[in-house]
Design a protein. Structure first.
Length: 563
């Protein structure tokens, strides 16, 4: 008997809702218990943590998305004999987004969350079936905006863009209501007693009770409400803390967790780092058709969580206590995490040109990433991209497919020195991209949203205003190393020195305590490694970052063995 569900998701017996064979179910029986269920019984609610996985032996189970009005609730999926419950939250340890209510009396095999995750990691066949189904179900929820979170905001609001990017880049489904265009917006505002000045508002249903109403919340407040972070025991000494969840940090997390290390990953923003905001990466090994930075980050995050890495999103490392081991990483709220080793993968942040009023329009016409979300805001309009590196080139090409015209402003006289040749060729041959060399922006202006940009031609010296409402800034970056002050040796630009770049004089100044020299990627502090863009002398390529993150774990094992 096949699973019945809406056509939006998949057809019966698909990879999204597969049916297990009797032999496969028998392999699961030792880790679960058979439970008699009755019509109307509720097995889980939105906000429940550590959900069990239920395999339907007989009877049926309805999966119901949350809705403020019970009478309007509709069944999303009906699980029948052979099918199993859950989506990606089963792997990541996040809280439930749905209600599970028994439709027909029967018997279900109930498998506790911890036992289920352990089994899925050890059984290749069933592990692949579960993982594929859970990821496809999450993708369907994201695409349809079905879940326990609603965002009410305006496309002209910087905070609305921030919250949508945070949820989107974390792969969390949400329903977006644009208050500028949606006819239902006023009735929704009235229903929840929301004033227009509270916008953006996040409605987060984290329990069986009514939704939490968050008025212009921080990313961390949203993360706490939806339960995407692991619960951390401050007294526990971890094997490894990875600071940063860009390509290098996620690679380190995947290898560390898969090799049995107890690893926690801290990420200030969203997984993927700067690469996560890239619209298309075409020179990464194994993807001849290219892959978006968001998709690459999402896959890596799923891998890390599959192997048991603990994620802490929208949490920042504020200070490193490096006087003794285990080291102490102190977070912005005072939480202290103890660890035997650290991989620094915090990356860099975009430099902001010294243009008056630029900060005033961040998120309201000024952007530091070019993803599908930003492109949807400026579809059909003219845009400006400033910068001469690969990120700027990828952004210009991506945007040229969505917008009316792209003006690409470059301070130098050519692109070849700073950009991959294949990107240069595409930009020069693209009729939708107009290149301006030796050109710089001198002023921006607008009323609440960017409306006018003035740039000066370097050769003629002439400044000209342009009524353009969207500006993408990709002009170099600086390392996120301020919180490491006093602990590590840095180069003149603030990047972390590692391995052979640490000479004897520098090591003596930092009181290097070991008889051996620092390992490759090891900093002036034993057991602390730097990878990716934060490291002095790094190669600014995604493949290089992934490689360094992977190599670092081999070196971490050596450092732990010394202890």
């Amino acid at each position: 008997m096949a699973a019945a569900h809406t056509p939006t998701f998949a057809e019966p017996g698909s990879d999204t809702f597969p049916l297990l064979t009797a032999a496969q179910i028998d392999r699961l029986r030792p880790i679960g218990k058979v439970r008699q269920v009755h019509t109307g019984e509720i097995l889980f609610e939105p906000g429940d943590s550590d959900m069990s996985c239920f395999v339907i032996l007989s009877g049926a189970l309805n999966i119901i998305p949350p809705c403020p009005k019970e009478a309007l609730q509709q069944t999303l999926v009906t699980h029948v004999p052979g099918s199993f419950t859950g989506e990606f939250a089963m792997i990541s340890g996040q809280r439930s987004m749905m209600r599970g209510q028994v439709k027909e009396d029967g018997e279900f095999l109930e498998i506790p969350a911890a036992e289920f995750r352990t089994f899925a990691a050890k059984d290749p066949e069933l592990g692949d079936i579960f993982m594929r189904a859970f990821i496809l179900r999450r993708i369907a929820l994201v695409q349809e905006g079905i879940g326990n979170v609603g965002v009410l905001g305006s496309r002209y609001s910087a905070d609305t863009l921030r919250l949508r990017e945070f949820l989107g880049r974390n792969g969390y489904p949400y329903k977006y209501i644009d208050l500028d265009t949606d006819e239902r917006s006023q009735s929704i505002l009235d229903q929840f007693h929301i004033d227009v000045h509270d916008i953006p508002v996040v409605l987060c249903k984290s329990s069986a009770a009514g939704p939490n109403i968050l008025r212009n919340p921080t990313n961390r407040e949203v993360a706490d409400c939806i339960g995407i972070n692991a619960t951390i025991d401050e007294s526990q000494v971890r094997d490894l803390i990875v600071v940063g969840a860009g390509p290098s940090g996620l690679a380190a997390a995947v290898y560390a967790a898969s090799e049995g290390l107890d690893v926690v990953v801290l990420e200030t923003g969203t997984p993927g780092g700067q690469a996560g905001s890239s619209s298309r990466i075409e020179n990464y090994l194994g993807f001849p058709l290219g892959i978006s930075g968001g998709e690459l980050a999402g896959r890596a995050l799923a891998q890390a969580q599959k192997f048991g890495a603990h994620m802490m999103i929208a949490r920042s490392a504020a200070r490193l206590n490096c006087d003794s081991r285990p080291y102490k990483v102190i977070l912005e709220d005072g939480t202290t995490l103890l660890t035997r080793a650290i991989v620094l993968a915090a990356g860099v942040q975009y430099n902001k040109p010294p243009i008056p009023k630029l900060a005033q329009f961040e998120g309201s016409g000024v952007y530091y990433g070019a993803t599908s979300m930003e492109s949807s805001i400026c579809e059909g309009e003219e845009v400006i991209v400033i910068g001469g590196g690969n990120s700027a080139g990828q952004a210009a090409i991506f945007l040229s497919q969505k917008v009316g015209k792209v003006y690409m402003l470059v301070r130098s006289g050519q692109l070849a020195d700073t950009m991959s040749r294949y990107l240069v060729r595409r930009i020069e041959q693209n009729p939708a991209i107009e290149l301006h060399y030796k050109t710089a922006i001198t002023a921006v202006d607008g009323n609440g949203h960017l409306e006018c940009v003035t740039w000066r031609d370097g050769e003629s010296g002439k400044a000209s205003p342009h009524n353009i409402r969207h500006l993408f800034v990709m002009t170099g970056a600086s390392p996120r190393t301020g919180w490491l002050e006093g602990c590590l040796a840095l180069d003149k630009k603030g990047f972390v020195l590692t391995g052979y770049d640490l000479d004897k004089m520098t090591l003596d100044a930092k009181a290097w305590p070991l008889s051996r020299a620092p390992q490759l990627l090891e900093t002036s502090l034993p057991g602390v490694f730097a990878v990716g863009d934060i490291r002095s002398g790094n190669v600014k390529r995604v493949a290089s970052a992934v490689g360094e993150g992977s190599i670092a774990i081999h070196l971490v094992h050596r450092a732990l063995a010394e202890m």
